[in-house]
Design a binder for this molecule. Structure first.
Ligand code: GLC
Length: 801
């Protein structure tokens, strides 16, 4: 038994020894330059291609002992046509140097080592620790999922003494990934705790930060991949994969925000979801029959708790057949969605990838898919039959464009029934026969004509399923923004779907992962994130639920969800005391919608997320580098929740500057750690001096009333200045992409004892209709009267005393 364990440990761990035993790429013998590219010819017949995409973005591609293949395809990449920036190449006997306005890439010829430097200061940003390497002798075959599907490739970077590592998408780990190692292999991992790895998603992108200067690396390879940030050895931070190409993109900041914008250029921006997706959402495995769904909504309304969305989990279907409703439980789905619509509530249904495999004809999704040959097959031509909720099932080959189209079009069934959004789950893909993927080893996907197997396609399955769903909804309802939420993903997922962090536990330990996970996802190009409020598995309690809402009420995705056998945990289930506190935070979320939506639009436009770690806003401040029990919304709101039972105070780090206690307006000078009280009904929140926070009227659901008045809460900094923005659009249609939005900018400056507020001429063609702006300067004390002005869509300058 012991022996077996040892072997197991041996085969599942890649240690430093492993990559040092790999074959190194040969020295450079010559190079060629084209408009965008330098191709290095190596002594061992390997080739390395460096492509300049932007002054701060260079792609590195290597083929070992062979030329770079002509075929170049990735499901993650959104932008392929880059306008080549100014750049040049110089050479010395030892090195070849590519220089852009921002980056200097120095390739030493022998051994072949790549350094990335700042073009202006020549400061080293990132350096190869050893040449890129490959597993010529099958040394790592033992750890590979499928040694026949590819050869292990790796790149190794020097590990900085004070280097911090962020990103890597969804990991059950802390914010700073320094001294940790990870595997990417999309996995169904219910009840995961900190340290469980891998879990559902694969985003092979990370950001390194050292001396306040940041770079990013996106290793675009969907095979099972490995990242080690100085865990196995403090000599190196390395990454590798069990097949495919050494293919990575190097991003230079120096700011993290700039890297995130570039990453969004490359892998795509999050389109704006409908505004109601920022509303409060409620789910349960499962609400049925239809009257139960109505009852929950009635309860919400009766108790004066805001609600926008109800979810139907797997039991709405007829025998778990996707694209059907159970006729007894939901005899009139259209009637139900219509009834709820009148109460301001939308319905989202779960759609899993498993289509029931059945002998008899009559289930359209199975019949059509079989007829069209859209289902995944094994190499020998047999249908691949995994087992999921419906029992024996089949999966669509989502790499086939026609199959994606067909799948997308099937969603007309839902939209015709008034369903407002689609929840993609189990898309790792989960298979009850075997969760490791071994049962799918020989499953072949079309894969852009390459006919590759599971080793390559597992990690991108969910991305393509979400894509099929999103594109389908977009075709079916071109005047509406699709709303999709997914569990699994690969890089680029933000183009199609929002996400939630899967099957968490209803425990304090799980709750404490919320902030590091949401912020890490935001640093990995996924801004629309959230977790099951209250936790999914097990028995929660009122205190845990309240503290959970005190984080999630500011997360883009705010949905209470629970497993079938867990305790009921809708906001009222633990008694009035807790319900009253939850109401306070749900109402605050709705009041803050103008602020949240303005910040979400920024995430859409710039790739910089709404839910941020402090390091994103204060990367020069070393106190923030591994701070992950506080977060910020945008640049302005700092939140320090409680994540332990029976705790009613905590320490809060306030970066340099002036900070206002959100609840009392008391001013603090930052650059220090303070201790604050946090009774159960209080989550410590601070507003940055210099900010203007737009707040709207109380709502029971999005669109209940116009956003009128908008109150601008002004928090002047020490110099008496502040600035802020308000973004509006119709909240539903894609017209914002054509400029149908209104962005209003405000600036405030001190004038004598008072302030001058300048409201700029708004941008965009959208008209929110006549409305009122209330201007309130928070430093003037509680008795200061708001100044009320009519927003007529023109510039204004007013004085406030
Ligand atoms: C998975 C999902 C969970 C859902 C359940 C039943 O466990 O992660 O959210 O409730 O399946 O569909």
């Amino acid at each position: 038994m012991k022996k077996l364990l040892l072997i197991l440990v041996f085969v599942t761990t890649v240690n430093a020894q492993d990559i040092t035993s790999l074959e190194k790429i040969g020295p450079v013998v010559r190079f060629e330059k084209t408009d965008q590219t330098v191709t290095l010819q190596c002594h061992d017949n390997s080739q390395v291609q460096l492509t300049v995409l932007a002054p701060d973005l260079v792609r590195v591609r290597a083929a070992f002992t062979k030329p770079i293949p002509a075929k170049d395809h990735s499901w993650a990449i959104a932008k392929e046509n880059w306008t080549t920036p100014r750049w040049n190449v110089t050479e010395t006997p030892d090195a070849i140097t590519i220089t852009t306005d921002e980056l200097e890439v120095v390739v030493r010829r022998s051994p072949l080592l790549i350094d990335f430097r700042d073009a202006r200061t020549h400061q080293l940003l990132n350096a190869d620790e050893r040449p890129m390497s490959y597993d010529a002798n099958g040394r790592l075959a033992g750890i590979q999922f499928d040694p026949k599907a590819g050869m292990f490739v790796a790149a190794s970077k020097k590990f900085g003494f004070d280097e911090h590592f962020y990103g890597l998408g969804e990991k059950a780990a802390r914010l700073d990934k320094r001294r940790m190692s990870f595997v990417n292999w999309n996995s169904d991992t219910p009840g995961y705790n900190e340290g469980k790895d891998p879990i559902y998603q694969t985003i092979p992108f990370y950001i390194g930060l050292q001396r306040g200067v940041a770079y990013g690396i996106f290793f675009d390879n969907s095979y099972r991949s490995y990242f080690d940030f100085g865990r196995a050895s403090s000599e190196r931070a390395w990454f590798g994969a069990e097949g495919g190409e050494m293919n990575y993109y190097f991003f230079y900041g120096p700011s993290i925000k700039k890297i995130l914008s570039r990453y969004a250029d490359l892998t795509g921006r999050m389109p704006l979801p409908p505004l109601w997706a920022l509303g409060n959402q409620q789910s349960r495995w499962s609400y049925f029959p239809d009257t139960m769904v109505e009852e929950v909504v009635n309860e919400y309304r009766k108790r004066d708790l805001p609600l926008d969305v109800m979810y139907l989990d797997i039991d709405y279907m007829h025998g778990y057949r996707v694209f059907t409703f159970d006729k007894e439980r939901f005899p009139d789905p259209k009637g139900l969605t219509e009834k709820l619509r009148r109460q301001g509530v939308k319905v989202v249904t779960i759609v899993d990838p498993g289509i029931k495999h059945q002998k008899e004809r009559g289930y359209h999704a199975f019949d059509q898919g079989l007829e069209k040959n859209f289902f995944q097959r094994r190499r020998n031509g047999d249908l691949f039959v995994p087992r999921v909720w419906p029992g024996d099932s089949v999966f669509v080959d989502f790499t086939l464009p026609e199959a994606r189209r067909w799948w997308g079009d099937l969603h007309r069934f839902y939209t015709d029934n008034g369903i407002a959004g689609i929840w993609n789950d189990m898309n790792e893909p989960s298979d009850f026969v075997d969760q490791t993927g071994k049962n799918q080893l020989d499953v072949v996907s079309h894969d852009d004509g390459e006919k590759t197997t599971h080793a390559k396609n597992r990690n991108s399955f969910a991305l393509l399923m979400a894509r099929a769903t999103y594109e389908g909804l977009e075709r079916i309802q071109p005047d509406r923004r699709p709303y999709v939420i997914t569990r699994a993903a690969y890089a680029g997922i933000q183009r199609y779907s929002t996400m939630w962090t899967g099957d968490t536990n209803s425990t304090w330990e799980a709750l404490s992962l919320n902030i590091p996970m949401f912020t890490s996802l935001g640093l990995s190009g996924e801004p629309f994130v959230g977790s099951d409020v209250g936790g999914f598995i097990g028995r929660g309690n009122g205190e845990l639920l309240v503290r959970s809402y005190q984080i999630s009420f500011l997360a883009p995705f705010c949905r209470n969800h629970k497993q079938h056998d867990g305790y009921d945990q809708e906001p009222w289930r633990f008694g009035k005391y807790y319900e009253d506190i939850i109401r306070k935070y749900l109402k605050l979320r709705y009041a803050l919608l103008p602020f949240l939506y303005t910040t979400l639009e920024e995430a859409h436009r710039t790739g910089v997320p709404l839910f941020r770690p402090l390091v994103l806003n204060y990367q020069d401040d070393a106190n923030t580098h591994n701070l992950d029990d506080q977060f910020m919304i945008g640049d302005d709101l700092l939140v320090a929740p409680i994540m332990k039972p029976d705790v009613t105070s905590r320490r809060v780090y306030l970066p340099a500057g002036t900070w206002y206690d959100y609840w009392t307006n008391k001013r603090h000078t930052g650059g220090t750690t303070i201790t604050v009280d946090a009774a159960l009904d209080v989550v410590p929140m601070f507003v940055r001096g210099g900010a203007i926070i737009p707040v709207g009227p109380m709502l029971n659901y999005v669109g209940e009333k116009p956003t009128d008045p908008v109150t601008f809460n002004i928090y002047p900094d020490d110099a008496g200045s502040a600035s802020g923005r308000l973004y509006d659009d119709d909240g539903l249609s894609p017209a914002y992409k054509q400029g149908a939005f209104r962005r209003t900018a405000l600036t405030v400056r001190r004038a004598g004892r008072g302030f001058i507020v300048s409201i700029g001429t708004p941008e965009g063609t959208y008209s929110p209709g006549p409305r009122t702006f209330n201007l309130v300067v928070k430093s003037l004390g509680p008795d200061a009267k708001p100044l009320i002005i009519k927003d007529d869509g023109r510039a204004h300058e007013v004085e406030l005393k």
